[in-house]
Design a protein around this ligand. Structure first.
Ligand code: C6P
Length: 403
């Protein structure tokens, strides 16, 4: 991978912060956008803007065509059997809420939902809201010392009452890559529906929903170099087609009268109202951009970067890395003895190094780790080993200030 060329695709990476070159290591929160995505969106608004599915005029038909082609690109990216199984939503959070609100209506008192200890709040709270409404029981699979899923515990907590297993593909706070194919197989043996939260997987891994065997796969555009406010819920056609609408409004209906309304099929049934048209088109451009670089190249380069940064940070006395799974993406969550994560984040910022500090919307995991939060450096394919050096130097500066 030609890293200099890749970096020049991302205009923001050449700016300074606090008078220092920006070292952007907060990719887990959101990724930066390549020129191709920025240009696509501004070109859309300058020359092509129109509502979709509504007009007989040229602009509307062209916008509709672009929106639909973005769906095709996304279906290909995750190897979905049918493009209509790809629903455009606001992001991972909305994707999961769609499933809990719509699929959730078939769950009954006493049914169990199996989550894991490393879930983001977006894959906990919607299930809790549903559990309260319908009298469901939430079970939680544990993790090992290294921050890997305890697969035995996961298997042990599955039973004939388990109707849903919902788990993250990659932990946002630990970087752990979960064995989602095996987890899906185990859950399916008990007849459970499987939802995978792919928010932190799609920017790093090649995802194949058919190979995983899950029923739903959710992710956000803004974490995969696309714009914010848009994301994807992929679901199996048979399931989606049998689910009630999530929201009602224009574009999702066949026929409306005050007596009765009938609904369109998928995907329209789940895309009520004017969607984020420019967002979906921008996301399509992000998919093209990633294809141009190559998912295999991204995975192998990021692995090198993680090994390099992990080794350098492992040398720092008083630094604990939380999450040392064998299989992980470029996320390094750490604490420094006696120093609050927010102080680390604030001082790093004065060195131009952007990281996230806090509980990372994974409070149950933080409780388990017995920390209030961590500092988290999360890498993308445009980061470099020199930036990892800058991170290490800045951490040493933090330690000196507190010595
Ligand atoms: N994690 C982070 O800094 P939304 O906000 O809907 O785009 O994504 C929610 C979400 C769901 N699942 C996982 C595994 C996630 O990491 C996130 C978002 C960001 O880690 C912001 S809290």
């Amino acid at each position: 991978m030609n890293i200099a060329a890749v970096r020049s695709d991302f205009p923001i990476l050449s700016r300074e912060v606090s008078g220092k070159p920006l070292v952007y290591l907060d990719n887990g929160a959101t990724t930066q956008k390549p020129r191709a995505v920025i240009d696509k969106i501004s070109h859309f608004f300058e020359y092509e803007n129109s509502n979709i599915h509504r007009g007989v005029h040229y602009l509307s038909m062209d916008a509709t065509d672009q929106y639909d082609r973005a769906r095709v690109r996304l279906a290909k990216m995750i190897n979905a059997p049918e493009e209509r199984e790809v629903l455009f939503v606001r992001g991972t959070t909305e994707a999961i809420n769609l499933v809990t609100s719509s699929y959730g209506t078939r769950l009954q008192q006493g049914d169990e939902i199996l989550l894991t200890l490393m879930e983001h709040h977006a894959n906990i709270v919607p299930w809790q809201l549903l559990a309260e409404k319908r009298g469901l029981v939430i079970q939680v699979a544990g993790i090992t010392e290294k921050g890997e899923l305890d697969l035995d515990d996961f298997a042990a907590k599955l039973n004939s009452r388990t109707k849903v297993a919902a788990f993250t593909h990659v932990s946002n706070a630990l970087g752990t890559i979960n064995p989602v194919k095996e987890m899906t197989r185990l859950a399916k043996e008990q007849g459970a529906m499987v939802l995978v939260d792919g928010a932190q997987a799609v920017p790093h891994l090649c995802v194949d929903v058919q190979d995983i065997g899950c029923d739903f796969y959710a992710f956000s555009s803004h974490k995969m170099f696309g714009p914010d406010g848009v994301g994807v819920l992929w679901g199996k056609e048979k399931l989606l087609s049998s689910m009630p609408p999530y929201q009602g409004g224009g574009d999702m209906i066949e026929q409306v009268s005050f007596e009765k309304t009938t609904f369109r099929g998928i995907p329209e049934r789940f895309e009520a109202g004017t969607p984020n048209i420019s967002g979906a088109i921008g996301l399509g451009a992000a998919v093209d951009y990633l294809n141009g670089i190559g998912h295999a190249e991204i995975e192998s380069y990021e692995k090198e970067l993680l090994d390099y940064a992990g080794a350098a940070m492992g040398e720092i006395e008083g630094l604990t890395i939380h999450g040392t799974a064998e299989d992980k993406v470029g996320v390094i969550s750490f604490t420094l003895a006696g120093i609050h994560p927010h102080d680390i984040g604030t001082i790093l910022d004065t060195e131009g190094v952007a990281i996230r500090a806090g509980h990372h919307c994974a409070q149950p995991l933080m409780d388990h780790l017995k920390v209030s939060g961590t500092a988290r450096a999360s890498f993308a394919f445009y980061n470099t080993t020199q930036e990892a050096d800058s991170l290490v130097a800045a951490i040493c500066k933090v330690q000196k200030m507190f010595a």
